[in-house]
Write a protein that binds this ligand. Structure first.
Ligand SMILES: [Zn+2]
Length: 371
């Protein structure tokens, strides 16, 4: 009986009936977040905050850290300590992050004082009300698939079966599209859906105009040596190896061959370079992550030789205002790989493994950005 009484007292202590009032700008109803008293200090359960802030919490059980992704930023807390880190600085809430059962609790002061300090534009606490800006959804929703070459530009052509790169690129992209649409619910747009020529500049222009969140260009590789083999994924950068330079020259020659020769080339070189380089710098890390995720899945799923993730300066990636990558599925100049690349089942597997790579990237990217 005494035990029950103590439990009841504890329950009453926990539910003090206080609440933090939150007003989201543009919404008519006000949120009342219940407060919990722990050791005389007011706390709020993170699970009550996530639907309002659209924040995401991730636990690292190994070191008892809690990552909170909020307004595009990351806060790192440690269970049992009042300190947290934010943008490489350490802050003190004076009361520790606490866990009851499976739920984490933050001291009220984090919301009423710390958040308005970190986000002065978005958050203000006055008259006992926390007023916040509506969080923006920045998750991946539109993906542009870019099957390389097409029409008058066949891309690389195989030695044995005379398979054409443009057909393989298109076939894999057309298999990838429904996977992304059905399983991720995203909008997928193609720079071409049939055998037609599209200039390199028009490909990124298309992605920018449609406000794509990701740009994925699909190619097959070629080499003078018929023994060159394997799969590699690129993202845009200026620093690179000589091998990467060779692939870059191969993919960029479309400008010289089909887009009006040297004058067109200098147009690409001068016009957008500085600007596009800047536009991609912002997305370099994401592009690298997307490339790595796709490359890992491709290698695991096809057992192809792993040539790794590389940086190169492709025209088709320049000027894209979003994370952008270019996949070289394999070497059409290698008879064994040509046979695989032209095979319907193998193309399905390529599409499936690229899909898995994009899915894994999206899952992580959305968690960090969609806050
Ligand atoms: Zn190509």
């Amino acid at each position: 009986m005494k035990k029950l009484y103590t439990s009841l007292m504890l329950l009453i202590l926990l539910c003090t009936g206080h609440a933090l009032r939150i007003q989201v700008q543009g919404e008519s109803t006000r949120h009342n977040i219940p407060e919990t008293k722990i050791g005389n200090v007011q706390y709020l359960a993170i699970k009550d905050l996530t639907p309002i802030f659209r924040c995401i919490q991730r636990q690292e059980r190994s070191d008892q850290r809690l990552y909170l992704h909020l307004y595009g930023e990351t806060f790192i807390f440690m269970e049992g300590t009042p300190y947290y880190s934010y943008k490489l600085d350490s802050f003190n809430m004076h009361h520790p992050l606490t866990r009851i059962g499976g739920d984490y609790y933050l001291p009220r002061v984090f919301l009423t004082e710390h958040l308005p300090m970190h986000f002065p534009q978005e958050q203000r606490y006055a008259d006992s009300i926390l007023r916040i800006q509506k969080p923006v959804d920045r998750s991946v929703q539109v993906i542009v698939l870019d099957p390389g070459h097409g029409g008058k530009d066949p891309g690389a052509v195989g030695r044995k079966l005379k398979a054409r790169e443009k057909d393989i690129n298109l076939a894999v992209a057309l298999m990838l599209k429904p996977l992304l649409e059905k399983e991720l619910g995203v909008r997928v747009l193609m720079t071409r859906s049939d055998d037609r020529f599209v200039s390199l500049g028009d490909r990124t222009k298309f992605a920018n105009e449609n406000k794509a969140d990701l740009f994925v260009s699909i190619h097959t590789n070629a080499s003078k040596s018929s023994s060159s083999r394997g799969t590699e994924t690129y993202y845009l950068a200026t620093a690179m190896t000589s091998d990467a330079r060779a692939v870059e020259a191969l993919e960029n020659q479309v400008v010289e061959l089909y887009e009006g020769g040297a004058s067109a080339r200098s147009k690409y070189d001068d016009l957008d370079f500085i600007l596009s380089d800047l536009s991609q710098t912002e997305h370099l890390e994401s592009s690298n992550e997307l490339a790595s995720s796709i490359q890992q899945n491709l290698i695991a799923g096809t057992k192809s030789y792993d040539r790794g993730v590389k940086q190169a300066n492709f025209y088709v990636l320049r000027g894209a205002f979003m994370p952008s990558i270019l996949i070289e599925l394999g070497f059409i100049s290698n008879p064994d790989e040509e046979r695989l690349l032209a095979n319907d089942e193998y193309q399905q597997r390529l599409a499936r493994t690229i899909f898995e790579g994009i899915k894994r990237f999206k899952f992580r990217y959305d968690r960090i950005r969609n806050t």
